[in-house]
Design a protein around this ligand. Structure first.
Ligand code: GAL
Length: 329
């Protein structure tokens, strides 16, 4: 009898110890508050992802309510699975660097890791309250989550530049995507060897913002939103065989009445797994009167024969090794 009790207890212990192995992996929940390892809301709005040494780093606008209102902040988080995010630090806490005046703007920060110089180069949209300065700024760090030091601001290719996006191709070439209103389109601009300036690569005639690019299944896909400020609108995509084009007409990413599920594009993340290549749409659900409470809409895109579709948001899981995703009922 006693032996039976010991045996049952051992089995129970084994079962409990192994249970986490069989538990369903945690899901990404579009639109829900997303917490970091401290249990605090992730503050990485208008963000970008940098892949470095086998980990993902998520940078974005940190709109924490207790931030000094005179400064602008960029936060950095790291993850191995794109689901659990560890807060690294506020990598930028910048006072007005160019006498831009009250309510100056730092938006959509993106970090590029330069393999040649070993430096990390942060680009962001820099502006005054009326969005008339229309420039980019650069800050540099020796480590991926160090203190980024402000270096300069400029208009890339001497063009007005507002929303920016980032893209790193499979061959390691890095590009800044920027929206230029007077020319009514997106510039795709390759970064110079030291990443401190850009050169013109391509121009896409389409008055869009929130630009992002991905290279998957032998095609380049560009996405963007129309220009309606913080309000959502139907986001669109086009494709091309080469980054220099020719680009197709723009088509809707989701049924237009869905209004992109209230989100605006900021980045496309490619996960090239052992079984499948998945492209994740990364968007912001802005709350203009409480920007700190803005949410994220991340969904795996459905891609087939050059088409791209954003499915209705619902919780989903990602196997970071195989690249496979599954929707959670
Ligand atoms: C959006 C833009 C945001 C922010 C906002 C301000 O169009 O994508 O990054 O600039 O306008 O109204």
């Amino acid at each position: 009898m006693r032996r039976l009790v010991v045996c049952t207890n051992s089995l129970l212990f084994l079962f409990l110890a192994a249970a986490p192995l069989f538990a369903a992996p945690p899901a990404v929940k579009p639109g829900a508050p997303w917490l970091d390892n401290r249990g605090q809301r992730i503050q990485a709005h208008g963000g970008g992802i940098t892949v470095w040494k086998g980990a993902y780093y998520w940078y974005g606008e940190d709109r924490t309510q207790s931030n000094d209102p005179e400064k602008r902040y960029v936060a950095c988080y790291s993850s191995k699975d794109l689901v659990h995010w560890q807060f690294r630090r506020q990598v930028l806490a910048l006072a007005d660097p160019e006498h831009l005046g009250p309510k100056w703007v730092l938006e959509r920060p993106k970090v590029f890791a330069n393999p040649r110089t070993g430096k990390f180069v942060l680009y962001a949209h820099l502006d005054d309250a009326r969005y008339k300065v229309a420039s980019v700024m650069i800050a540099v760090s020796d480590t991926i989550d160090g203190d980024y030091r402000y270096v300069k601001s400029f208009r890339p290719l001497d063009q007005e530049s507002r929303d920016i996006g980032q893209f790193v191709d499979d061959d390691g070439s890095a590009y800044l995507i920027f929206e230029s209103r007077p020319t009514k389109g997106f510039f795709l601009a390759k970064l110079s060897d030291d990443f401190m300036s850009v050169e013109k690569t391509a121009f896409i005639q389409a008055p869009l913002e929130g630009g992002a690019l991905v290279h998957a299944d032998g095609l380049y896909y560009v996405i963007g939103s129309h220009m309606t400020g913080w309000s959502p609108n139907p986001n669109v995509y086009a494709t091309a065989p080469s980054i220099t084009g020719p680009w197709t007409e723009f088509k809707n990413l989701a049924p237009p009445e869905a209004n992109n599920y209230e989100s605006q594009s900021t980045m496309l993340v490619k996960v090239a797994g052992s079984k499948k290549t998945t492209v994740i749409f990364m968007g912001d659900i802005w709350k203009p009167t409480a920007l700190w409470d803005s949410r994220y809409l991340w969904m795996p895109l459905e891609m087939k024969d050059g088409s791209m579709h954003l499915p209705p948001p619902q919780p989903w899981q990602l196997n970071i090794k195989t690249g496979e995703t599954s929707l959670k009922p």
